[in-house]
Ligand binder design. Structure first.
Ligand code: F3S
Ligand code: F3S
Length: 105
């Protein structure tokens, strides 16, 4: 799966959402999350993120490895909604994202 990492937090550019052919990039309050079972590993989202927040799971920098679990665990309650547009913004975040101090300049 592809994974959204730390640079998305408090940025949420959303360019990635329009590129995803299976609409598996879901909006939280402070960041977006890729559904690991819905993602088809096409790679289309990765180059369009202006802050380079998207990584293939094996390419996550060491200090962002926890985002593999963060993206996956975000869906513990949501399950597999089968489309982010239909679900809409969730106004929720993974606890580890909630705990982050404000990001950005
Ligand atoms: Fe976030 Fe980049 Fe997408 S900032 S919303 S991962 S385009
Ligand atoms: Fe979607 Fe492809 Fe990225 S399935 S999440 S655009 S790797």
């Amino acid at each position: 799966t592809y994974v959204i990492g730390l640079p998305c937090v408090d940025v949420k550019d959303r360019a990635c959402v329009e590129e995803c052919p299976v609409d598996c990039i879901y909006e939280g309050e402070r960041t977006l999350y890729i559904h690991p079972e819905e993602c088809v590993d096409c790679g289309a989202c990765e180059p369009v993120c202006p802050v380079e927040a998207i990584y293939y799971e094996d390419d996550l920098p060491g200090d962002q490895e926890k985002f593999l679990d963060i993206n996956a665990e975000f869906f513990n309650e949501l399950g597999s909604p089968g489309g982010a547009a239909r679900l809409g913004p969730t106004h929720k975040d993974h606890p580890a994202v909630q705990a982050l101090p404000p990001q950005g300049e």
